[in-house]
Design a protein around this ligand. Structure first.
Ligand SMILES: Cc1cc2nc3c(=O)[nH]c(=O)nc-3n(C[C@H](O)[C@H](O)[C@H](O)COP(=O)(O)OP(=O)(O)OC[C@H]3O[C@@H](n4cnc5c(N)ncnc54)[C@H](O)[C@@H]3O)c2cc1C
Length: 377
């Protein structure tokens, strides 16, 4: 069957792109290997920036609202930063992604879930994808929204940089009384794992607890996870199911995220903040930019190269500063924690950035002006 746009992956990036294109009258099909609603290892923290990309209705999905961030160094020396306005909102990815996909279906997108794609091809005149059952689907444009291990990225000549990190995440059930003591807070602990951190995010009926590193060199993630939980006084149930996942992190340089007829969005394009691990905003935003780029190209307004330019300028350039900050912070966590404890303004500014009110460039310039470790980096 012939489509205008084929989208591989029904996460936030794919569903957003599909919904916006279908509303403009494009015939769109989205494929996902998982059957929805599906579990996605993720903290489910929605920053202010991410919230700004969502259409009305997402508020009903919120399970907790954060007003306090507690930073630790190796699970010790807690530093509390509070904010009058909400800094992040917690959602279940299972519910958020199902809601986004429902929006795409309502807009007219055809969805094949529980259907892994195995082959992706592009010619001068079109694109095609093949399912594991041997069936082929053809289209004019293709969007690779298939996450960190993207088949589309591996199949076509894009040029993406960045690195892939690793994470371990679990949903830790807790009795209501104990869970109540976590309401309104997130806990972030640096220094216990190379180039990464552990987190505790409260959800409706459990805690999202995890640990991640922006390098792949770290071995024995479970050991780091257990130490992290012990340090924060969290009792790990014997049968707790932890899931590993790859997390891509944007590099300092730009990339080529388009071919003649295909685009990469979200994790497939490596659009994750290399300091905080935030990716939902970048998935939503790139999905929107991809929809606009395809519409412009289909209207005869030029090729898809404008999309790569826009990703590089709007999303990757700011993340270049995030990477610079990450390099110093993760290399010198004891020094940075002391420095932040002595000057809580740093932590306040960091929270502003993490949750959308200021940019990494602002923070980088503030830190460089005041601290030699950032000037020397
Ligand atoms: C442990 C962890 C915690 C995180 N916490 C946060 C957080 O708190 N806040 C935040 O903003 N970000 C967080 N992130 C990052 C965030 O989860 C991702 O950046 C985001 O999910 C990217 O969305 P996406 O649509 O690009 O890809 P995904 O959500 O990964 O969706 C890709 C989809 O493609 C499908 N797919 C893959 N291959 C194929 C194939 N061959 N055929 C068909 N379908 C396929 C998959 O089944 C999947 O549904 C976290 C990531 C991890 C790993």
């Amino acid at each position: 069957m012939q489509y205008d746009v084929l989208i591989c992956g029904a996460g936030p990036a794919g569903s957003t792109c599909g919904r916006l294109l279908a509303r403009q009258g494009f015939k769109v099909a989205i494929f996902d290997r998982a059957r929805f609603p599906r579990y996605k290892p993720c903290g489910g923290g929605l920053t202010g920036k991410a919230q700004g990309e969502l259409e009305k209705g997402w508020e009903d999905l919120v399970e907790d609202t954060t007003h306090e961030v507690v930073f630790y160094h190796r699970q010790e020396q807690p530093l509390r930063v509070t904010s009058d306005r909400p800094v992040v909102r917690m959602v279940s990815r299972e519910r958020l992604d199902a809601w986004l996909l429902e929006g795409a279906i309502k807009a007219g997108v055809t969805v094949r879930d529980g259907y892994p794609l195995a082959v992706v091809t592009e010619t001068e005149t079109g694109v095609a994808v093949g399912g594991v059952d041997g069936h082929t689907w053809e289209g004019s444009f293709l969007v690779g929204a298939d996450g960190a291990r993207s088949l589309v990225r591996r199949s076509l000549p894009f040029q993406t940089g960045g690195t892939a990190g690793i994470t371990l995440e679990c949903e830790m059930p807790l009795d209501a009384g104990h869970l109540a003591s976590y309401r309104g807070q997130v806990h972030l602990s640096y220094g216990g794992i190379p180039s990464g951190y552990g987190w505790v995010f409260p959800k409706g009926d459990h805690l999202s607890v995890g640990i991640g590193s922006f390098t792949r060199q770290v071995k024995g993630l479970r050991r780091y996870f257990d130490t992290f939980c012990r340090g924060l006084g969290l009792k790990v149930p014997a049968n707790l199911r932890c899931r590993g996942a790859v997390i891509p992190a944007a590099g300092g340089q730009g990339g080529v995220f388009h071919t003649r007829r295909a685009l990469l969005v979200g994790d497939a394009a490596g659009l994750v903040d290399p300091f905080s691990g935030e990716g939902i905003y970048y998935a939503l935003r790139s999905g929107r930019l991809a929809a606009t780029a395809i519409q412009t190209a289909a209207d005869g307004g030029g090729g898809l190269e404008a999309y790569s330019r826009q990703l590089n300028d709007e999303l990757l350039q700011p993340l270049h500063y995030a990477r610079r900050i990450a390099r110093v912070v993760y290399a010198l966590t004891p020094v940075v924690h002391r420095l932040v404890t002595a000057n809580p303004e740093v932590a306040r500014r960091l929270v502003e950035v993490l949750f959308g009110g200021a940019t990494y460039a602002d923070l980088w310039h503030y830190l460089r002006e005041r601290y030699a470790i950032f000037r020397l980096a």
